[in-house]
Design a protein around this ligand. Structure first.
Ligand SMILES: NC(=O)c1ccc[n+]([C@@H]2O[C@H](COP(=O)([O-])OP(=O)(O)OC[C@H]3O[C@@H](n4cnc5c(N)ncnc54)[C@H](O)[C@@H]3O)[C@@H](O)[C@H]2O)c1
Ligand SMILES: *[C@@H]1O[C@H](CO)[C@@H](O)[C@H](O)[C@H]1NC(C)=O
Ligand SMILES: *[C@@H]1O[C@H](CO)[C@@H](O)[C@H](O)[C@H]1NC(C)=O
Ligand SMILES: *[C@@H]1O[C@H](CO)[C@@H](O)[C@H](O)[C@H]1NC(C)=O
Length: 391
C-alpha cells in the first residue's frame, strides 16, 4: 500500500493549477486567433443533420431559401460578400434561429480562391445551394465581364472546392435566360439553349461546366432554371431590397413598387410592338415561396451520379400590361405608365412547361395569383421604406 505524502500532494495541486492556467490561456488565445478556431457544430458532420452552404444567402432568393431550410431543421451556412445582398436579411434569420449550430454567416467573396478553400476546409457541408451571382440582363449587356467573372468563374471556384472537399450535393441556380428566344412555347428542358445576352450565356457556360464535371464524379446535382421570380415571405419577415443604385436595372416588380411609392414618376414599359396579344412581353412569374419549395424538393430527391435539370415556373405566361394592372390593384395606386421602345436583349415571350418537375419531384406552383403575390411583397415594401435599414 502506498500512502500519499502530504508534501507531494500539495506539489501536485500546484502542478494541476498551473496546467489549468496554461490550458485556459491556450483556449483564450485560440478563440482570439483568426486562423485557428475551436471545433463548432459547423465543422463536423452530424448524423441526421444536413448542413447546407447557401451562397448568396443575403440576397433576395437566397435569404428566403435559408429561412425555409432553417424552418425544416437544416443547418445553414450563408456565404455572401454583401455586394448586392443585405446584412439586415441575415440579422432577421439570426434573430429567428439563435440556437448554436443552426445558422452561421461568413462574409467572403467567392471570387477569392483562398477564402473559398478556407471555408470548405473549416466547415463540413453536406450540400451547396449556389445562388450567388449578378443577375440583371441589362447590366450584362453593358458590363459582360462582370457576368462571366461573378457567374461562370465563381461557379468554377465553388465546384472545385466541393470536389476537393468531398461535398456530395449541388443545387445550382440557373435561369430561363439560358434558352434565349425559342421558337416554340412552352419551354421544356429539351428546348435548345441559345442564350442571347451575356447573363444567359454566363449561366449556360456554368451549366456546361457542371455537366462535364458530373460525367466523372459521384456528385448529386440538380440544376434549376427559374423563370421570373416575384413575391416575398407571406409572414412579412423578408423582402426584396436591391441596392438603390440598381433601381434603373431593376426588375418589373421593383419598378412597380417604386412607382407606387412615388420614388420614381411611373413605370416604363419597354416595347409595345412584340408579337404578343397586347404587344408587351410575356413572362412566367414564379412566387419566391414556390421557388424555395422547389429547392427543398430538389435537395430531397438529389441522387449521387445523377444530374436533374428542371424548369421552375408556373406554366402560364402573363403580359407586362397584365402585370401592371395586377400591381395597380395590389398597391391601390394608379401608377403612371410610360410606353417606350424595346430594350436590347429582351425577348417577346417566355413561359415554362413545368411537367417534368411535377412528375419527378412532385412540385407544383401554388402561389399563382399575381395580385396576391404582389400584395404580399407590397406589404413588406410599405413597411420597409429604406429596405432592411429601416423598419
Ligand atoms: N431574381 C430572378 O428573377 C432570378 C431569375 C432566374 C435566376 N435567378 C438566379 O437566382 C440567384 C439569386 O438571385 P437574386 O435575385 O436573389 O439576386 P441577389 O442579387 O438578390 O442575390 C445574389 C447574392 O449573391 C451575392 N454575391 C454576388 N457575388 C458574390 C461574390 N462574388 N461573393 C459572395 N457573394 C456574392 C450578393 O451579395 C447577393 O446577396 C442568382 O444566381 C440569379 O442568377 C434569379
Ligand atoms: C465582392 O466580390 C467582388 C468580386 O466578385 C469584389 O470585386 C468586391 O470588391 C467584393 N465586395 C465586397 C464589399 O467585398
Ligand atoms: C463582379 O466582378 C467584378 C470584376 O469583374 C467586380 O469588380 C465586382 O465587384 C464583382 N461583383 C459584383 C457584385 O459586381
Ligand atoms: C405530392 O405532394 C402533395 C402535395 O404536397 C402531397 O399531398 C402528396 O402526398 C405528394 N405525393 C408524393 C408521392 O409524395
Amino acid at each position: 500500500m502506498e500512502y500519499p505524502d502530504p508534501k507531494r500532494k500539495s506539489n501536485m495541486f500546484g502542478k494541476l493549477l498551473m496546467a489549468a492556467a496554461v490550458t485556459a490561456l491556450c483556449i483564450i488565445m485560440l478563440k482570439h486567433s483568426p486562423s485557428f478556431s475551436t471545433p463548432t457544430h459547423f465543422s463536423r458532420h452530424e448524423k441526421g443533420v444536413t448542413h447546407v452552404l447557401v451562397t448568396g444567402g443575403a440576397g433576395y432568393i437566397g435569404s428566403h431559401a435559408a429561412l425555409r431550410l432553417l424552418k425544416e431543421s437544416y443547418r445553414v451556412t450563408i456565404v455572401d460578400n454583401l455586394s448586392r445582398g443585405n446584412i439586415g436579411a441575415v440579422k432577421v434569420l439570426q434573430d429567428l434561429f439563435p440556437e448554436p449550430g443552426r445558422l452561421q454567416f461568413i462574409y467572403a467573396d467567392l471570387g477569392d480562391p483562398d477564402a473559398v478553400d478556407k471555408i470548405f476546409s473549416e466547415n463540413a457541408f453536406d450540400a451547396v445551394i449556389h445562388f450567388a451571382a449578378v443577375a440583371y440582363v441589362g447590366e450584362s449587356t453593358t458590363d459582360p465581364l462582370k457576368y462571366y467573372h461573378n457567374i461562370t468563374s465563381n461557379t468554377l471556384m465553388v465546384l472545385k472546392s466541393m470536389a476537393a472537399h468531398g461535398v456530395g450535393t449541388l443545387i445550382y441556380s440557373s435561369t430561363c435566360a439560358t434558352y434565349g428566344e425559342p421558337e416554340k412555347m412552352p419551354i421544356t428542358e429539351e428546348t435548345p439553349q441559345v442564350p442571347i445576352n451575356p447573363y444567359g450565356k454566363a449561366k449556360k457556360m456554368a451549366e456546361d461546366m457542371i455537366l462535364d464535371f458530373s460525367k466523372n464524379s459521384d456528385m448529386a446535382i440538380m440544376i434549376l432554371r427559374y423563370f421570373n421570380v416575384i413575391g416575398s415571405d407571406p409572414e412579412g419577415r423578408l423582402g426584396e431590397a436591391p441596392r438603390p443604385e440598381l433601381r434603373e436595372q431593376g426588375r418589373i416588380s421593383g419598378a412597380c413598387f417604386d412607382a407606387a411609392r412615388g420614388i420614381i414618376p411611373g413605370i416604363k414599359v419597354k416595347g409595345t410592338d412584340y408579337k404578343t396579344h397586347d404587344g408587351t412581353c410575356i413572362r412566367d412569374y414564379i412566387d419566391v415561396t414556390d421557388l424555395v419549395d422547389a429547392h427543398v424538393k430538389a435537395l430531397q430527391h438529389a441522387k449521387p451520379q445523377n444530374v436533374g435539370i428542371y424548369n421552375v415556373g408556373t406554366g402560364k405566361g402573363r403580359s407586362v400590361k397584365e402585370f401592371v394592372e395586377a400591381c395597380k390593384k395590389a398597391t391601390g395606386v394608379d401608377i403612371k405608365v410610360e410606353y417606350l421602345p424595346r430594350r436590347p436583349g429582351d425577348y417577346a415571350e417566355v413561359f415554362s412547361d413545368p411537367t417534368k418537375i411535377r412528375r419527378e419531384l412532385n412540385w407544383t406552383a401554388r402561389f399563382t395569383d399575381l395580385q396576391e403575390s404582389l400584395g404580399i411583397a407590397w406589404r413588406w415594401q410599405k413597411a420597409h421604406h429604406n429596405g432592411y435599414s429601416s423598419s
